[in-house]
Design a protein around this ligand. Structure first.
Ligand SMILES: Cc1cc2nc3c(=O)[nH]c(=O)nc-3n(C[C@H](O)[C@H](O)[C@H](O)COP(=O)(O)OP(=O)(O)OC[C@H]3O[C@@H](n4cnc5c(N)ncnc54)[C@H](O)[C@@H]3O)c2cc1C
Length: 534
């Protein structure tokens, strides 16, 4: 069944997709597609806050410097300038639309996080900033006449006519496929933390959007740079729950199993050093004397006086209480987990990909704004700023409407691939990525990871032959291609920079690598990597 025509299709209901939908609403019918409910996104789980330089020009200039510094030489300066200059306007707009950030005596509360030179992080309900932004943006978008939501619906394909993206193929919860046309498609489908066995990301974060674009011929950039958050809960039987950087912003110490603070060995900013530095320090402190031995590392807030930690961090406190832990009483065991994809679909500053009709914004996109390492709390801001800009470009590019009625029905296949077999492939791939393309990398291990990725891709191809595209199969293929892009990019970057650390090339090589890696799938499906200046 064809849906009535939409002017714009937005893949994703996180901060980037929602912000874009609001911008588009007055200019036609907008369909926002999301794999689960509108509340299930990385945006919803964001804890610490959103960075915005609200204190005037000096703050804006410092925010730019902090962003450039964290990105380790690879931030595309024009993108970062757009982020910090437009950020305060977008955040003010968000408040007008109903987002309630925490205040004291009417004044906005601001906290500081790693590698920020001053407190500029706004937060909501203590440590539930993303949920508040998501709640208010969903409500505001729903109130716009032009916006409709398709929840529990997976985008499984992009539709192209003569090299122009003209719509998407959808799979609903009941297993029915349909095609929807439009003037333009925005990929705002978030990151791919699920490519690693250890991640803070929810199950929806499988890189589907990035892979749809790559398969259609759009280049991906900076895919070797995956940010590992230093402090996810490390407790047998518990999920890798994030312990926000704001805890260290409020003064938490990191201690090894001998009770020693160790960050002074690694960086002058101690616990507030850039994330990659802290994550590697924890990994090193956690290594035992024998291979594979793990020693616990702790986040310790017991020394903090004059702050009610349960009130400041209600969500984290409630989660820890389920496991008998208390921020005020206990050192909390932590270790790093995959958290944020700095790379993504290469776009210009207005969300344009190289394909006409296809745009990208948010974590799925790579404008170069984060370089080799994202500054804490810059990604919610990125979604707002570049979501709005992408929508403006979709409106101004003068694209023709492609009616859904012009699209033939999808080919229907017999049955679905065996889910248990698909699940086994996913588990194998995720473990291999954690071991071979995690925090500390080297040539032989990355090559081993690539062999496993190839075997997984081969297995999935066989499992998919003549079968319907289920959601899980779509996700498995996406994870496999994301893994391929990360591995090839990480192998090619024979230096260490930002979140990408090579034991065999432990220092920068500015002569060869002060450039962005670009991953392309050629017509034959063969991957290629080049290094390019922007
Ligand atoms: C635990 C956690 C804490 C974080 N804390 C912070 C923080 O404090 N500050 C900060 O700035 N950043 C934080 N981040 C990062 C930040 O939340 C994300 O980078 C940002 O929200 C991404 O927004 P997005 O709109 O690009 O994508 P998401 O918010 O991830 O939204 C992706 C959307 O795409 C949809 N989608 C995906 N694939 C498909 C498909 N095939 N078909 C249909 N829909 C699809 C999903 O269902 C979802 O609606 C945190 C992340 C996590 C996981």
């Amino acid at each position: 069944m064809a849906l009535p025509g939409f002017d714009f299709v937005v893949m994703g209901a996180g901060v980037a997709g929602l912000r874009a939908a609001v911008e588009l609403a007055d200019h036609g019918r907008v369909l926002v597609v999301t794999k689960e409910s509108v509340a299930e996104s990385n945006t919803h789980y964001a804890q610490g806050g959103i960075a915005a330089a609200l204190s005037g020009d000096a703050d804006v200039a410092l925010h730019l410097e902090d962003t450039l510094g964290a990105g380790d030489g690879l931030v595309y300066r024009p993108a970062a300038a757009v982020l910090v200059v437009e950020g305060p306007l977008r955040v003010a707009e968000l408040m007008e639309w109903g987002t309630r950030f925490d205040r004291e005596n009417g004044k906005l509360l601001k906290t500081r996080e790693g590698a920020h030179s001053l407190p500029r992080i706004l937060h909501a309900n203590g440590d539930a900033t993303g949920a508040e932004i998501s709640r208010s943006l969903v409500a505001f978008a729903r109130a716009q006449k032009g916006v409709e939501f398709a929840e529990w619906t997976t985008v499984t394909g992009l539709l192209e006519r003569d090299g122009v993206v003209v719509g998407v193929e959808l799979l609903d919860h009941g297993g029915a496929s349909r095609r929807v046309g439009g003037r333009a498609v925005l990929i705002a489908a978030g990151g791919a933390g699920q490519v690693y066995s250890d991640t803070t990301n929810p199950a929806i974060a499988t890189g589907d959007g990035v892979v749809l674009a790559a398969n259609a011929g759009a280049p991906l950039a900076d895919m070797e740079f995956y940010q590992f958050h230093p402090t996810a809960l490390s407790l047998e039987g518990a999920p890798r729950f994030l312990l926000s950087e704001a805890l260290r912003g409020e003064g938490a110490f990191l201690r090894n199993d001998r009770g020693e603070r160790f960050m002074e060995k690694y960086h002058p900013l101690l616990e507030l050093a850039p994330r990659d530095v802290v994550a590697r320090a924890i990994a090193r402190e956690g290594m035992g004397d024998k291979p594979g031995e793990n020693r616990p590392v702790f986040l310790d807030m017991r020394h903090l006086k004059g702050i009610d930690l349960h009130r400041r961090f209600p969500g984290i406190s409630a989660f820890l209480a389920n496991y008998g832990l208390d921020l005020e009483r206990d050192p909390i065991p932590v270790r790093p987990a995959a958290h944020y994809m700095m790379g993504g679909i290469r776009t210009d500053l207005d969300g344009r990909t190289t394909l006409r009709g296809l745009y990208a914004a948010g974590e799925a996109a790579c404008t170069g704004v984060h370089g080799a390492n994202r500054l804490a709390s810059n990604s919610l801001l990125e979604g707002l700023v570049f979501g709005a800009r992408a929508a403006k470009a979709m409106l101004s590019d003068g694209l023709a409407l492609f009616e859904s009625s012009e699209l033939e029905n999808p080919v229907s296949h017999a049955g679905e691939a065996e889910e248990a077999a698909v699940e086994r492939v996913i588990t194998r791939l995720r473990k291999a990525m954690w071991v071979h393309a995690g925090l500390l990398r080297e040539e032989s291990s990355l090559q081993e990871g690539l062999q496993t990725q190839k075997a997984c891709a081969h297995e999935l191809k066989n499992l998919a032959k003549g079968k319907k595209a289920s959601r899980r199969l779509t996700e498995a293929r996406a994870l496999c291609t994301v893994a391929e892009a990360i591995l090839h990019s990480a192998i090619a970057r024979r230096e260490s920079r930002g979140a990408h650390y090579r034991n065999d090339f432990p220092v920068h090589d500015d002569c060869r690598f002060l450039r962005h890696s670009v991953f392309r799938k050629e017509g034959t499906g063969q991957p290629s990597i080049t290094f390019e200046e922007w």
